[in-house]
Design a protein around this ligand. Sequence first.
Ligand SMILES: [Zn+2]
Length: 119
Amino acid sequence: MMPPANYPQPDTKAAPAPTPSRFAWDEDSQALLIDWSDGTASSIAFQRLRENCPCAICQGEPGMAGRFTSAEDAGLTSTEIQPVTLALVGNYAVNVEWRDGHNTGIYTFSRLRQLGLPG
Ligand SMILES: [Zn+2]
């Protein structure tokens, strides 16, 4: 016996992860704006972006505390939250260089999606 035509089928093809289609600095709101391939947009404050820099210097590594390991105010200076350049890394991430010279953070697209969510 054949199942009815509307019998639910397992979803075998998940939607591809969205990728950024455009980046822009918004100097007025001090935020990184991202347009995504799925039509959505993200706005990530520079300070939030810097505090979530995923590199070992900022987040620490086993046996070494990072700049932002503590939840306390890390005392970011104005140059530390001023991005200078943003460069694509392959087709999965971006590298941000900050005015204080810090440039070791590689932000994956999925991380940027998370950071763009409220909260
Ligand atoms: Zn870092």
